[in-house]
Design a protein around this ligand. Structure first.
Ligand SMILES: NC(=O)c1ccc[n+]([C@@H]2O[C@H](COP(=O)([O-])OP(=O)(O)OC[C@H]3O[C@@H](n4cnc5c(N)ncnc54)[C@H](OP(=O)(O)O)[C@@H]3O)[C@@H](O)[C@H]2O)c1
Length: 125
């Protein structure tokens, strides 16, 4: 991946929640291009494993981590796996969530919560 700036993140451990999504898959690639070890985290094993494999094939270091960030026990297990392989997370890109265009004036709490809850919960990584 070509980047306008390339900070040296060699061997820094990064977790990207929602890592296989539209935006965060690019963040995963960029972090890997800067030398970071990238854990691609999401609920769908196939998606996180496929992106991690793609990054490794391009010469980066990546692993797929399957977890739902709203499930504390599952997240703890994913953290334990990460720590046992690479050590603790140093960089968190917190993109797990959903998008869906909603006019501001029709927004209500029940629509807002699924967008914001995953981002708050992921901080326990
Ligand atoms: N695209 C935009 O224009 C835009 C604008 C502003 C903000 N955002 C925010 O940026 C983030 C990424 O957007 P995007 O467009 O890239 O979305 P996306 O393509 O839908 O990707 C979101 C990713 O999050 C994962 N995910 C969702 N809930 C999760 C959970 N509970 N635990 C773990 N992983 C979860 C999904 O994978 P699984 O379903 O496999 O888990 C998916 O890969 C979202 O939080 C969105 O609200 C996006």
């Amino acid at each position: 991946m070509k980047l306008p700036m390339k900070p040296d993140l060699t061997n820094r451990v990064a977790v990207v929640t929602g890592g296989a999504g539209v935006l965060c898959s690019q963040f995963c690639r960029a972090l890997a291009a800067c030398g970071a070890k990238v854990a691609v985290l999401g609920r769908t094993a196939d998606k996180v494993e496929a992106l991690a494999a793609e990054i490794r094939a391009e010469g980066g270091e990546a692993m797929g981590l399957c977890a739902d960030v709203t499930d504390r026990e599952g997240l703890k297990a994913a953290c334990a796996k990460l720590k046992s392989v690479w050590g603790p997370c140093e960089i968190l890109v917190n993109g797990a969530g959903a998008t869906g265009p909603t006019p501001l004036l029709t927004m209500n709490f029940s629509r807002w919560r699924p967008w914001t809850t995953p981002r708050k919960r992921a901080f326990s990584i």
